[in-house]
Design a protein around this ligand. Structure first.
Ligand SMILES: C[S@@+](CC[C@H](N)C(=O)[O-])C[C@H]1O[C@@H](n2cnc3c(N)ncnc32)[C@H](O)[C@@H]1O
Length: 245
């Protein structure tokens, strides 16, 4: 049976999925705050760049799927940039994360929150103009399947945009990054959320995620064309983009 990485450990699909759910159940109510703390606020800049990089072929009447959308942070940014008749479906496997998201939106007019797995998305074929996955694909049990699903639900010409953690190539930055990740982040987890373990998983999972080139190859294998890689902040994070033919 195929196993999936859970940090440095490997589990079968069912165990992996339930362990990931457990992680996000634990962090849901402090998720946005912890993101700012862990990234020293940088996540705001990365997400801003990410939204700018989507660059769809039109700017009105767009249908977005914010996959692994969690608390809806990316959705807020999408709606603020693409105001004109934009609709967003926030899809996430975790009800607790979606609940936090629903509570943070004043009006839900053009937003739907859907609890669904990224490996079997409950959306029809050729539906969306854009699929975003921000800091989510790393946690998927079957990333290849998720990429195929993203391709399936996009309209021809639609854009797939993925923001994910990566690893600095510069040795000095890498050492600083490791020291911050392993030495400081779990302690903030303990202080703010009362738990260190979920953060250890999140840190380890960055180290077992494919390299930029390997992941870009997976995006291409799922059928996307015109793929690109954009490294930010010395490759602490990376934006992957592709289009459906
Ligand atoms: C790190 S959060 C990212 C949230 C948001 N996109 C952001 O950028 O702030 C990862 C999200 O992926 C979701 N997730 C994990 N595995 C998933 C799966 N198989 N299908 C759908 N969502 C999943 C988690 O529940 C969690 O909400």
């Amino acid at each position: 049976m195929k196993e999936s990485d859970f940090g440095f450990k490997k589990y079968n699909k069912e165990e992996h999925s339930s362990k990931v759910k457990d992680v996000f159940n634990k962090v849901a109510n402090k998720y946005d705050l912890m993101n700012d703390v862990m990234s020293l606020g940088m996540q705001r800049l990365w997400k801003k760049e990410f939204i700018e990089s989507i660059n769809p072929s039109k700017d009105k009447n767009l249908i977005f799927i914010d996959l692994a959308g969690g608390t809806g942070d990316i959705t807020k940014r999408i709606l603020s940039k693409y105001k004109k008749n934009t609709a967003v479906k926030v899809i996430d496997i975790n009800q607790e994360m979606l609940k936090e998201g629903k509570n943070s939106f004043k009006s839900h007019d053009n937003i739907d929150f859907i609890c669904s797995s990224g490996e079997s998305i409950s959306i029809t074929d050729n539906y969306a103009d854009v699929v975003t996955v921000s800091f989510g694909i790393r946690n998927m049990t079957d990333r290849e399947k998720c990429l195929q699903e993203c391709h399936r639900i996009l309209k021809p010409g639609g854009v797939f945009a993925c923001l994910e953690f990566s690893l600095p190539k510069d040795i000095i930055l890498r050492n600083l990054y490791d020291a911050w990740s392993y030495g400081v982040i779990p302690k903030f987890g303990k202080l703010i959320v009362g738990e260190e373990k979920p953060y250890k998983y999140l840190i380890d999972s960055i180290r077992t995620f494919p390299s930029n080139e390997e992941f870009n190859e997976m995006v291409r294998d799922a059928g996307f064309i015109n793929t690109s890689i954009r490294q930010l902040t010395g490759n602490i994070v990376c934006i992957y983009r592709g289009e459906k033919e």
